[in-house]
Write a protein that binds this ligand. Structure first.
Ligand code: SF4
Ligand code: SF4
Length: 92
């Protein structure tokens, strides 16, 4: 099993150094995960380190295509409340 990085990756390098399996590599147009090397961090960490550090929500998917870092995972704001929260912040 392996995770996958998708097009919304902004090539920030954050995940590159935290992978315990050296599975992440630079490519064009964005970083990728070597499916043969990725262990999903099993045996090393409780959570996938790439998805834990990635600053772009939805940029890393699991083997079934679901985001490991879904909308709201960074901000703590549920997606359905994001628009109201942004309006409140911008009105300050
Ligand atoms: S899930 Fe873990 S092993 Fe797989 S690419 Fe991410 S950091 Fe590396
Ligand atoms: S941490 Fe996320 S945005 Fe940064 S290089 Fe890795 S996948 Fe791309």
């Amino acid at each position: 099993m392996s995770l996958a990085i998708v097009d919304s990756c902004v090539n920030c390098w954050a995940c590159y150094d935290v992978c315990p399996s050296d599975a992440i590599y630079q490519s064009s147009p964005h970083f990728l995960i070597d499916t043969k090397k990725c262990t999903e961090c099993e045996g090393d960490y409780a959570h996938p380190q790439c998805a834990s550090i990635c600053p772009i929500e939805q940029a890393i998917l699991d083997a079934s295509g679901m985001p490991v870092n879904p909308y709201g995972s960074l901000t703590g704001i549920p997606p359905e409340l994001l628009e109201d929260a942004m309006q409140e912040i911008q009105s300050r």
